[in-house]
Design a protein around this ligand. Structure first.
Ligand code: CP3
Length: 345
């Protein structure tokens, strides 16, 4: 099996791609009319468990936008069901836990995760998505990182300050350690399972780790993420974190091939601080894609200019596509990036 478009994999490996690859986090989502139609009245978790529909929404986004990668349609919360942990994903709110983790006994009560048993619908979705892609572009698998998953399990709901998470992390070290060990094992197994079923690259979402100081990241998070990356065979590994400017060196040490950063940190700083030993994904503000018009056009060129001297750039937004974004804006960005960067060769 050979892929027609290897630009994403080339950029991940810091090989010169035919053009700068583009894809968007949440490229399959509510901003897209066809997504809303396919989703109908289903909950996001129901949609993700319906492999036929899940593969369809993933492919639809690729076809509509002309991007260089497909992302598996799922959600970071889903494998937690395998631990016997219950939650809902509420529209416009995000994940809400039925009974957040508070004590060591809560962590001890979590069940053993088994990817083959608990995530059968994910291997089906991977298989169907790969079939429908017909080797056109790579498929990116993903998982939430232990810290970000733990933050939902403990805080109970999206909460930017993560006060309860930090309170437990600082005040109950034994509980924190056991929870991170269990999540690390789950994420390792889940990602290896996705690789086994054929994804071409993986992205680890540590969306909320940017709320930590370097010192805390090193003490409470780093070793777990490192263990995960070290155990993934073969495929390129992308590490995403919002607001990661203070943590760039720590992120590099975690061992991914690509650091995915947001608009708060200049791209050139990331390459410089990592001595150009990583590929970089990002970093246009999703609000610029939402705003469209001249501002978006200038920003697109600005991001490309910032990346131009370096090897291994994947054009993306700094975080997920915002709900009201016009699909035409993302289409415009994709075409522009392709045109401007293929003519440079
Ligand atoms: O194209 C893709 O990227 C789709 C696959 C995908 C989803 N969630 C589907 C989804 C991916 C990669 C995710 C990851 C995810 N989920 C993250 C990490 C990325 C990030 O944003 O930092 C996080 C933190 C979650 C948890 C979660 N799930 C949130 C915060 C929300 C948004 C709530 C809302 O309604 O705004 C969800 C729901 C969700 N997951 C949606 C989608 C398309 C939107 C809800 C819907 O369509 O009903």
């Amino acid at each position: 099996m050979t892929l027609d478009n290897t630009t994403l994999l080339d950029a991940c490996r810091r090989k010169q791609p035919a053009h700068t690859p583009v894809w968007f986090m949440r490229q399959a989502g509510r901003y897209m009319p066809s997504y809303k139609q396919l989703k109908g009245n289903l909950q996001i978790t129901e949609l993700a468990k319906n492999s036929e529909l899940a593969s369809e929404v993933a492919i639809d986004a690729v076809n509509r936008l002309g991007v260089d990668a497909c992302i598996l349609f799922a959600d970071i919360m889903l494998p937690l069901e395998g631990l016997g942990f219950n939650f809902k994903i509420e529209e416009n709110v995000g994940p809400v836990m039925q009974k957040p983790i508070c004590t060591l006994d809560d962590v001890k009560a979590l069940k053993e995760f088994d990817a083959e048993r608990d995530m059968g619908y994910i291997s089906d979705t991977i298989e169907l998505t790969l079939q429908k892609l017909e080797d056109s572009v790579p498929l990116i698998g993903f998982s939430g990182a232990p810290f970000t998953l733990a933050s939902y399990m403990i805080d109970g709901i999206v909460n930017k300050d993560l006060v309860k998470t930090k309170q437990l992390m600082y005040g109950q070290p034994e509980t924190w350690q056991l929870l991170m060990e269990k999540l690390t094992k789950m994420v390792q197994e889940y990602l290896c399972f996705q690789v086994k079923h054929g994804v071409h690259a993986i992205q680890l979402f540590d969306s909320w780790a940017g709320c930590l100081s370097c010192e805390d990241y090193n003490q409470f998070v780093s070793k777990y993420t490192h263990t995960i990356f070290a155990s993934i065979p073969k495929v390129p590994k992308i590490h995403f974190c919002a607001d990661s400017g203070a943590l760039i060196e720590q992120f590099q040490k975690a061992g991914a091939d690509v650091l995915s950063v947001d608009w708060r940190v200049p791209l050139e700083d990331v390459w410089r601080r990592c001595r150009e030993q990583v590929a970089v994904q990002g970093n246009m503000d999703p609000a610029a894609a939402l705003a469209g018009g001249e501002f978006m056009k200038r920003k697109t060129k600005h991001v490309l200019e910032a990346a131009r001297p370096y090897c291994g750039h994947i054009f993306s937004l700094g975080h997920g596509v915002l709900k009201e974004t016009a699909p035409e804006n993302l289409q415009w960005i994709t075409e522009k990036v392709h045109n401007l960067t293929s003519s440079r060769r």
